[in-house]
Ligand binder design. Sequence first.
Ligand SMILES: Cc1cc2nc3c(=O)[nH]c(=O)nc-3n(C[C@H](O)[C@H](O)[C@H](O)COP(=O)(O)OP(=O)(O)OC[C@H]3O[C@@H](n4cnc5c(N)ncnc54)[C@H](O)[C@@H]3O)c2cc1C
Length: 542
Amino acid sequence: MCPVEGQAPNPSRGIMDWTKGWRDRVWSELNQAWDVIIVGGGITGTGILRQCVHAGLKVLLVEADDFASGTSSRSSKLVHGGMRYLKNAQIRVTLESVTEREYLLKQGRGLVNRLGFLYACLPGDAMPPWAFGAGLVIYDLMARQWTHRSYDTEDMRILCPLLTVPGLRGGFRYFDAQTDDARLVLRLLRESIMAGGLVLNYARVDSLLKTNAGQVCGVVLRDTSGESDRQFEVESRVVINATGAWADQLRREVGKAPRLRPLRGSHLVFPFNRLPLTRAVTFLHPLDGRPVFALPWEGAVVFGTTDVDQGTHLMTDPAISSAEAEYLLDGLKFIFPQLELTFADVCATYSGFRPVVDTGKVNPSKESREHVLWDEKGLLTVSGGKLTTFRIMGREALKAVRRHLGRIPFDPELPVLDAIPPEAEAACATSKFSPLQCLRLLARYGPGSAALFSASDADLQPVDGTIYLWAELRQAARAEGVVHLDDLLLRRVRLGLLVKNGGLDQMNHIRSIVQPELGWDDARWQAEENSYAELWKHAYRL
Ligand SMILES: Cc1cc2nc3c(=O)[nH]c(=O)nc-3n(C[C@H](O)[C@H](O)[C@H](O)COP(=O)(O)OP(=O)(O)OC[C@H]3O[C@@H](n4cnc5c(N)ncnc54)[C@H](O)[C@@H]3O)c2cc1C
């Protein structure tokens, strides 16, 4: 039970780093009356955090597992308008998303990058080429640009010699954008911490605190790190439920019936040498006419996705089903027959849950991707939407918070990300990195990138078969809030998705660098390695 009104004594202005002992420091700061508690450390919660922190509010974000460990590290990595939403006449979602894509491309250079797509037209497609072309005209007009064009079959094969599918009837080129979803979340978090926000991973909200009148006024928090079994009641004037596909679980606490329809989407990841694409290829899957995408990403190629009802059992680490894997491989074998791809070529898989509002459509792919905001007994739920539209969701959440807290500043010009600090840019310019590498590192690590530029020569070597440097693993282990080994290998860097065997073959080298940084003794290391291997085999291996 909370007092009717809480006053904030000595507001904390954030804990500036994620170095050793940071979680204990955050736990010791929890005993304050917060303006806003955000539950969920995915892109939605993180986008809201940025808006609230910059409005001068005292904000705490808590995440049950690792930051971005939910859907926000398991997307197709596209920052896109979504041609398929246009096909489903979801005009508002498409317009918002196209606008956000253009904005993010400008503000997040190096983290959000333009990506060329080839759409292959095939006999029997449910959508005739002229209809796709018309869609592209609208798509480009929404972005106030003219970048698409059509190609005949011969030109398509020149642009992508792998497109040996019989009957190809030409196609189109257009542009969208892609990112590293988990790194986008991490950069936003890091910048919000620097602006005064407090964040905590491995802290689950088990239940909600309520006033006598039944209004939500705080949360009961439990440490899920495995390092402690502490619990704490934390009061707040507003509680925001940004738990994505899990949002109905907290809504149940205020007596509300479920409204979400979690849909599982899965991907296969191939090494570049087995699927050497330099631009994305998209087509309608011959089995059901759904658009599917082969996307070059971080030196590998990701192919997806599926759209399957998950039901109510929402585990933390979903895995691809054999039916989904076969559906995806069939699509690839159809479009790139000469490659003779098999399951043995797959280096990893991953699955996530789309938080989609249930409107009862028979075909799950037809459900709207619009976001929702529900205010129920003081619990603000923000769910649905897309990675691409996180800024819009953050702004709408802040407006809803104002309805509870009264006049608080709202800056419509707030940039979506902070500018890269000039001292980091200067350090990079005088380092051994090429301008392209600088851009990548500065954009990914934001304020944390400076440390990378003074790394030793050994640390500046790439991790075999990847774009990552050993220095990135060291930096992440030292100062990026890693609690378990999978935080490091699946989200700080994405080795678990990008190399065969999830990086387990390189574990000795990984250990030599990160064990001392994490301060783990040998027994802890072994336990972490074992549980990473188990997790990877269960949720990321075919
Ligand atoms: C397969 C797939 C592909 C996609 N591709 C794209 C794409 O290319 N582009 C795009 O724009 N969008 C894409 N999306 C959509 C996008 O990824 C999601 O809309 C977005 O990531 C959802 O973010 P979120 O923060 O709302 O949820 P999540 O990222 O799932 O975050 C919610 C968090 O809440 C935490 N949580 C749950 N319960 C509690 C609790 N009780 N206490 C504390 N924390 C809790 C969870 O651990 C989780 O980390 C895709 C989605 C899927 C499934």
